[in-house]
Design a protein around this ligand. Structure first.
Ligand SMILES: [Zn+2]
Length: 287
C-alpha cells in the first residue's frame, strides 16, 4: 500500500506555480495561469481571472486529487487564480490573512479558508506542509512591489496594485519519500532554514540580488540534492505561447553561477506543464 504512494511528482505551471502530488493527494502552490498582459498590469486595468484556462489546467492536472491550494504571498501572479482553483475542487486555501481576504472576496466558504502563521504545520494526505516566514525580493526597480496588507475581503476584478504583498512564506513540503522546499519569492531571512533539510528546492529567481548569497543560504544550507528554478519565465506572455525568459531575471548569470555548485546539487529545468517524477528515486539513481 505504502509503495504505491511513494512517487512524488512536480508539474511546473510557469511563475511560482506548481502541483506537487503523489498518487492520491495533490497540493497546488501559487497556481497562476491567467497571465495578464504587461499593459493591463502597468496601467491598472481590472484583472479578471481566466476561468477557462483555470478549468483546463485543473482538468489536465487531475483535479480530483487537489486537496489544498497554498499561497506564498498575495501578489496577483501568485494569488489571483488560487481561490478559483480551490473552489471547484473543494480544496482548502492556505495563506496569510491577506491571501484569505482574497479567497473571501472570491466567494469561498469560510470552512475552506485557513490563515497560516510562521511555523504552522498541517497534514494533507501523506504530505505535511510547514509555512516558514520569508521575505519578498526587490523584484521591481530595486523595490518590493505593492507592499502592505489586504485587510478586508477583496472583491474582484481588481487592479494589480490591490493585490498587496501580505506576509511572505516559504513552504516545506514533507512526504515519506523526501522533502521539498518551495521558495516562491527571492528574498530571504538569514537563518530561516536553520535546522531544516530538503532534498529538492523550487527556487524563485526574479529579484534575487547576489546569486552566490542566495544559493548558499537556500539550497546549500538545506542540503538539497536537486535545484529547480521557478519564476524566471515571462509571465506577461500567455501560456499558450512558447515560454520566454523574463529579461530582468538574469537567468544566464543564474545558470552559470549555479553550475559552480554542481558538487552540492543537480540543476533541473522543468518544462511548463510537464509532470516530472522527483522523489524518491530520480536523484538517487543518478548519483
Ligand atoms: Zn511577488
Amino acid at each position: 500500500m505504502a509503495a504505491k504512494n511513494n512517487e512524488v511528482s512536480i508539474t511546473w505551471m510557469g511563475t511560482a506555480g506548481v502541483l506537487i502530488s503523489d498518487s492520491e493527494t495533490g497540493i497546488l502552490i501559487d497556481p497562476y495561469v491567467s497571465r495578464f498582459g504587461i499593459f493591463q498590469v502597468a496601467f491598472g486595468a481590472r484583472l479578471r481571472p481566466d476561468q477557462e484556462a483555470i478549468k483546463n489546467w485543473k482538468a489536465s492536472l487531475g483535479k480530483e486529487i487537489i486537496k489544498a491550494v497554498a499561497v506564498s504571498h498575495s501578489h496577483f501572479d501568485h494569488l489571483a487564480d488560487a481561490p478559483y482553483f480551490a473552489m471547484e475542487t473543494d480544496a482548502v486555501l492556505l495563506g496569510s490573512e491577506s491571501t484569505i481576504n482574497v479567497g473571501r472576496g472570491a466567494g469561498m466558504a469560510e470552512n475552506l479558508l485557513q490563515i497560516v502563521h510562521h511555523n504552522d504545520t498541517m497534514n494533507i494526505g501523506t504530505f505535511s506542509l510547514r509555512f516558514i516566514e520569508s521575505a519578498h525580493g526587490p523584484a521591481f526597480l530595486g523595490r518590493v512591489p505593492y507592499p502592505g496588507k489586504i485587510d478586508k475581503p477583496l472583491i474582484g476584478p481588481q487592479s494589480a496594485k490591490n493585490y498587496k504583498l501580505g506576509q511572505t512564506f516559504s513552504i516545506l513540503i514533507s512526504h515519506p519519500s523526501g522533502a521539498i522546499v518551495h521558495h516562491g519569492s527571492a528574498g530571504l531571512i538569514p537563518g530561516m532554514y536553520d535546522g531544516i533539510k530538503a532534498d529538492v528546492v523550487l527556487l524563485g529567481i526574479i529579484g534575487r540580488g547576489d546569486t552566490h548569497n542566495y544559493l548558499q543560504n537556500i539550497p546549500v544550507k538545506l542540503g538539497a540534492k536537486c535545484l529547480i528554478p521557478i519564476h524566471f519565465d515571462n509571465f506577461f506572455v500567455s501560456l499558450e505561447k512558447k515560454m520566454r525568459i523574463l529579461p530582468t531575471a538574469g537567468f544566464k548569470e543564474f545558470l552559470s553561477t549555479a553550475e559552480s555548485y554542481r558538487d552540492n546539487f543537480e540543476l533541473d529545468i522543468l518544462q511548463i506543464g510537464e509532470k516530472a517524477a522527483i522523489l524518491p528515486e530520480r536523484y538517487r539513481s543518478r548519483v
